[in-house]
Design a protein around this ligand. Structure first.
Ligand code: FAD
Ligand code: 2HG
Ligand code: ZN
Length: 451
């Protein structure tokens, strides 16, 4: 795909020649993290600040060129890659990171700041940034706002939307909206930060965000528990939540995932015997929560438990859960169905889809894991061609019939847009289209995503 000479000149004027690169020289920007979605681009453009983002968008708008905003490119629904020859607008150079506002307990961060750097910055000031996920060292503030990322702390602190106080963004024609004052009470019309959160790059380009911080808990403990039944693991997670305010994470995975992670990364399970289901619990508090968690574990039907208080051993327990996504990639490019199911239906759902997906073919394998107390199961399926959508056709209607959602936290992207109608009414989708038309009338932003 070629870049028209006029547009190339305008982009170079906006950001400098070294930050306008042909897609052929930036293959990593044209394929998603799973390898399932591959595209091509005439140019990967990396502006340094909000004004340059605005100038790039104005130039693309004038030329009628379509644009895919991209942060860390860790998105899992094919929304961050140029599938039909779009220009990639990379935000990774927008690394503004203001001093923590201690009295407001907030911070303003540029779109390109990684979640890991933001967490580190908050910690250094005695706070924490609540959203945490395995891609923390690559995923960006802008991408996490655009997808309303969830992660492992939702049960205690909520998703990205709950942390978001204000947003700065550039519209497709180059106008900039800045609403970063951080007032907790500000009822002056539409909530644009809320609207942009989860908009997946379809309405405008997030250039900065004003984010809430939470207290930093000095002490934490992780425990990996083994169970014979999914229902027992879920009931244990609920019981622990009911009995302590310290609970910060409750993550679910299964024996096949544990084996795959151990095989792919040469790890050994902490348990001598394998079990059907594993629950990873983390508690955090100002004082050491280990004894409190220990007595709560005693009351569960866990057949085995490994408890870790020191930093390295905690991370070692977390690696069995966090390495699932990478381990599955070693089997093949997966189909990822990130669904929510009412908790009481999750055990039966897991059994049923394992059986039904297994029938799709001899090489088709299903990997289940997720955020237990959010009812959020990550259904990963390997052994299907990237465009073979039989598994989506099978699983999504079932999820909706059980009162669940076809996307818990990753978004709709390209991967799920055919099924949006299962989750949203015709009228809701008409409202979505009206909003899209009002903010991006020429339709140049992320044309393959959501609608
Ligand atoms: P990208 O992948 O670059 O983009 C994602 C979407 O946002 C695209 O549609 C893109 O066009 C748009 N976008 C990006 N930046 C901007 C911007 N500045 N303005 C407007 N639009 C923009 N997600 C969860 O919710 N919970 C998890 O636990 C979780 N764990 C993960 C673990 C791994 C190992 C990986 C690889 C991914 C995980 N994700 C998880 C998925 C992913 O959604 C998050 O990593 C993150 O929110 C994406 O940020 P990013 O900067 O990589 O965005
Ligand atoms: C997680 O919870 C992420 O680890 C990724 O949301 C899920 O790989 C997946 O399907
Ligand atoms: Zn997740």
């Amino acid at each position: 795909v070629d870049l028209p000479a006029d547009l190339e000149r305008a982009l170079v004027d906006a950001v400098g020649a070294e930050h306008v690169r042909p897609g052929t020289e930036e293959p990593g920007a044209c394929v998603d993290w799973t390898g399932r979605f591959v595209g091509e681009s005439p140019a990967v453009v990396r502006p340094a600040d909000t004004e340059q983002v605005a100038a790039v968008l104005a130039a693309c708008s004038a030329a009628g060129a379509t644009v895919v905003p991209q942060g860390g490119n860790t998105g899992l629904v094919g929304g961050s890659v140029p599938l039909k020859g779009e220009i990639v607008l990379s935000l990774v150079r927008l690394r503004r990171l203001d001093d923590v506002d201690r009295s407001a307990r907030q911070v303003t961060a540029g779109a390109g700041v990684t979640l890991g750097d933001l967490q580190q910055h908050a910690r250094a000031a005695g706070f924490a940034y609540a959203v945490d996920l395995a891609a923390r060292d690559t995923a960006t503030v802008g991408g996490s706002v655009a997808t309303n990322a969830g992660g492992v702390h939702v049960l205690r602190y909520g998703d990205t939307r709950r942390q978001l106080v204000g947003v700065e963004f550039a519209l497709s024609d180059g106008r900039v909206v800045r609403h970063l004052s951080g007032l907790e009470k500000d009822n002056t019309g539409y909530d644009l930060a809320g609207l942009f959160c989860g908009s997946e790059g379809t309405l405008g380009v997030v250039t900065a965000a004003r984010l809430r911080l939470v207290p930093r808990r000095a002490e934490r403990v992780a425990a990996l528990l083994a169970f014979a039944e999914t229902a027992d693991a879920l009931a244990a997670a609920q019981a622990i939540r009911d009995r302590t305010p310290d609970l910060e994470a409750a993550e679910l995975f299964f024996d096949d995932g544990m084996r795959l992670v151990c095989e792919a990364f040469s790890l050994t399970s902490p348990f001598a015997d394998s079990s059907a289901v594993y629950l990873l619990i983390e508690c955090a508090a100002d004082d050491d929560p280990t004894t409190r968690l220990g007595s709560l574990i005693e009351e569960t039907p866990a057949s085995d438990a490994a408890v870790a208080h020191d930093h390295d051993r905690r991370l070692a327990l977390w690696s069995y859960r966090e390495l699932h996504t990478s381990a599955i990639n070693t089997v093949g490019a997966p189909h990822k169905l990130d669904v929510t199911i009412p908790l009481d239906r999750m055990p039966a759902f897991a059994t049923e889809i394992r059986a039904r997906i297994g029938e799709l073919g001899p090489g088709v394998r299903v990997w289940l894991f997720g955020h237990a107390l959010d009812g959020n199961l990550h259904v990963n399926v390997t052994g299907l061609a990237p465009d073979d959508e039989r598994v989506e056709e099978l699983v999504f209607p079932l999820v909706v019939s059980l009162g669940g959602s076809i996307s818990a936290e990753h978004g709709i992207g390209t991967a799920k847009k055919r099924w949006l109608h299962l989750a949203r009414t015709q009228t809701e989708i008409e409202v979505f289209r009206a909003i899209k038309l009002a903010l991006d009338p020429a339709g140049i932003l992320n044309p393959n995503v959501l609608l």
